[in-house]
Design a protein around this ligand. Structure first.
Ligand code: HDE
Length: 714
């Protein structure tokens, strides 16, 4: 990976182990949260604190009589219930959150004076919210979409929100186009369809008319849009920001989150099935991993560009449709984030958390990216209607751990009781407090970076934002052959759902042909359109022409198979000792094996004992697992061979390129299903075969199998 670390890496926590520090860290973090409430052992009361004697019956005139208006207990309860919902987010409505902490790898004072990046001993609490963009709150987790990756750092100098996505670019270059883009991608206005996806006319109409979207759209058609897990996504700040050190020297930076779990996706067929079989697939995966102690970790990195090099690139650093290829500027790792605690209450925390790219701390500043500049306005504005007024910063999940005193007063839902009479500044009545703090090297007041600007007031797009295709081409050409095929299929699937042929033709001829003629020809063939012979614009191409960091194949992660879910499929007649040995071997690798039977009832082992299972194969189909194990015992194999559901389970696992380990007795079953032994379909349960299986799970999917798996029914 073309990343480099400053200071020594702090991977002291080996996969699956807990350091003694962890309990301490959690205790420290929770001591900052005096507002958590626990009702254990407490009386049920009204909102006015009155103890309730009967929570089962409304006050009535006689047991069979009418209800009485005077029942303040029932009215209070129902009134509160009637107002339980708040408006969902306009975009990113579907989300899931987790608490954790950030720790710097060293002192990065040469880069920034931000305190949380100065001291490797300092633990900064964080709250992260991952989200999809298009769908409403109740929509499926695995739809093809961009994922939000928003992190709130509760630093002791104030909150810093890094409100990013799992893709490093965006659809548009100027904030004024955001409502148009969102109206186009959201469900269509006449019938509110489709939920959670971009495969419809208005989206493709817009993006085929707006070539600046080409780069982001190809990311959205890639496997990045269907992550295997929220734990296995990269995160990006997208815009160029500034970091400023104590001497006032600024550098441009792009923020990156690199997951130690690797960057992995599901296949499109899996994504679609999961959306039906388990709408909550991603949130459940994150929740379970944290509950089981498989804490996901990301490293925070930056690409650093000295101010003097601002114009050194053949794209504009201020253009949010561009990446800086890592070959040109490697990622310097600054610290790590660990997610180690699930929220206590979804609404109070995940729903009420309010992010804003404008929440920054001394040592960090913005660039003039016109998309970022628009966002600085939008987020606070939207919180006011979503959370009911300008005091949303007082909701516990949004409160800074840094002290907060100002002359702001009143408004809806004010919770602070401000003492003193002077709610203005300057004042002499309250001794002049609270007072300004002049900027300083450390712990000073916030000071904006002084940038010299000499310009006309003008509505214009900079010419340096004009190249829309070079980096889309770079992306496509950096993909592995499997990934390229997935992209071709995604465009073909989505455009195949577009009703208007003129939109399909425009996308193929005026967008795809400018990205890559082979891509355009393949999609055109799938749509029954003629292949374009040439593009519509001159594309200068990107240097380098390929970038390794763009392909997921180059992000395997470094935690082995920790936290990977393995289905262990058993039936009556299974050999208990072989099951036990396999489960132990997998657990030794910190994987999560789960026993599945024909039903949820225990199976009977070959020696006549009852073996409990966690679920039935019908309830937990193979799409929910990373690997499949079928232990021996002829009776068990025969029973599975006679079960349509079990055979479908194995066929689907094979089709989805999963690693599969089957006992030797299953050879005939495997052959009968038309499955072929390969690097990831292994027969046997000796140590070497188990090791090969572990390796195959680590590889995420058996990519070599993809062509052979085409013939297997979906
Ligand atoms: Fe957002 N975006 N956005 N966005 N965005 C919102 O804020 C907006 C953009 C992102 O988990 C909203 O609180 C504008 C880029 C995330 O709560 C809203 C523009 C990136 C989240 C809004 C953008 C993002 C949001 C809706 C173009 C990646 C979810 C609710 C100028 C860098 C945060 C809310 C969470 C949410 C506006 C573009 C990321 C309406 C105007 C680019 C992760 O204010």
């Amino acid at each position: 990976m073309p990343s480099k670390k400053t200071d020594a890496p702090k991977h002291s926590e080996a996969a699956g182990t807990q350091t003694p520090d962890r309990a301490n860290t959690n205790a420290k973090l929770q001591s900052l949260e005096a507002f958590r409430s626990d009702a254990t052992g407490q009386a049920l009361r009204t909102n006015q604190g009155v103890k309730v004697a009967d929570n089962q019956n409304t006050l009535k005139a006689g047991a069979r009589g009418p209800s009485l208006l005077e029942d303040f207990i029932m009215r209070e309860k129902i009134t509160h219930f009637d107002h339980e919902r708040i408006p969902e987010r306009i975009v990113h409505a579907r989300g899931t959150g987790a608490h954790g902490y950030f720790q710097s790898y060293g002192n990065h004072a040469e880069l920034t004076k931000a305190g949380f990046l100065q001291d490797p001993e300092k633990i900064t609490p964080v709250f992260v919210r991952f989200s999809t963009v298009q769908g409403p709150r109740g929509s499926g987790d695995t739809v093809r979409d961009v994922r939000g990756f928003a992190v709130k750092f509760y630093t002791d100098e104030g909150n810093f929100d890094l409100v990013g996505n799992n893709m490093p670019v965006f659809f548009i270059q100027d904030a004024i186009k955001f409502p148009d883009f969102v109206h186009a991608v959201k469900p269509e206005p006449h019938n509110e369809m489709p939920t959670g996806g971009s495969a419809h006319d208005t989206f493709w109409d817009f993006v085929s008319l707006v070539p600046e979207s080409a780069h982001m759209v190809i990311w959205a058609m890639s496997d990045r849009a269907i992550p295997r897990s929220l734990r296995m996504m990269e995160g990006f700040g997208v815009h160029t920001f500034r970091l400023i050190n104590a001497e006032g020297v600024a550098s441009f930076v792009k923020f990156h989150w690199k997951p130690r779990q690797g960057v992995h996706s599901v296949l499109w067929d899996e994504a679609q099935k999961l959306a039906g079989k388990d709408t909550d697939y991603h949130r459940r995966d994150l929740w379970d991993a944290i509950e089981k102690g498989d804490y996901p970790e990301w490293e925070l990195g930056v690409q650093i560009v000295p101010e003097a090099d601002e114009h050194k690139f053949d794209f504009d650093l201020l253009d949010p449709t561009k990446i800086i290829p890592e070959e040109l500027v490697p990622v310097t790792l600054l610290g790590k984030m660990v997610l180690n605690r699930n929220p206590d209450n979804f609404f109070a925390e995940t729903e009420q958390v309010a992010f804003c790219p404008g929440h920054i701390v001394p040592g960090i500043d913005f660039s003039n990216d016109p998309l970022l500049q628009g966002r600085l306005f939008s987020y606070t504005d939207t919180q006011i209607s979503r959370l009911g007024g300008p005091n949303f910063h007082e909701i516990p999940i949004n409160r800074p751990v840094a002290p907060n005193h100002s002359s702001q007063r009143d408004a809806m839902h004010r919770m602070t009781i401000d003492k003193g009479r002077a709610s203005y500044e300057p004042n002499s009545i309250d001794g002049g407090w609270p007072k300004e703090t002049p900027p300083a090297a450390q712990d000073g007041g916030f000071e904006s970076y002084q940038e010299r600007i000499e310009a006309h007031k003008i509505r214009q797009r900079s010419e340096s934002f004009g190249d829309h295709f070079s980096q889309a081409r770079l992306f496509f050409q950096s993909m592995s052959p499997n990934e390229q095929q997935h992209i071709i299929k995604a465009y073909s699937f989505e455009l195949g759902k577009v009703e208007r042929e003129e939109i399909r033709i425009r996308e193929v001829n005026e967008i795809l042909a400018n990205i890559d003629l082979k891509l355009a020809a393949a999609v055109a063939a799938n749509l029954g359109l003629p292949a374009p012979k040439q593009g519509t614009v001159q594309v200068k191409g990107s240097k380098p022409a390929q970038s390794k960091a763009l392909s997921q194949m180059n992000h395997p992660g470094d935690v082995g198979i920790k936290g990977r879910k393995i289905a262990v499929v058993v039936a009556d007649g299974v050999d208990a000792s072989r099951v036990d040995a396999l489960v132990k071997a997998l657990e030794a690798q910190s994987a999560r094996p789960m026993l599945l039977g024909p039903t949820s009832a225990p199976v009977k082992t070959a020696d006549g004992k009852a073996l409990p299972v966690a679920a039935s194969i019908e309830g937990m189909p193979s799409i929910m697992f990373d690997g499949i194990v079928v232990p021996g015992g002829q009776g068990s194999i025969d029973a599975l061979a006679a079960s349509g559901v079990a055979k479908h389970f194995l066929l689907e696992g094979y089709k989805h390129l999963k690693a599969m380990l089957l006992a030797k007795e299953a050879k005939a079953l495997v052959g009968g299903l038309g499955l072929k032994e390969d690097k990831g379909l292994l027969l046997g349960d000796d140590q070497n075969t188990v090791e090969a299986f572990v390796k195959a799970v680590e590889g995420h999917r058996v990519w070599e199998r993809e062509a052979a798996a085409e013939a297997i029914p979906a």
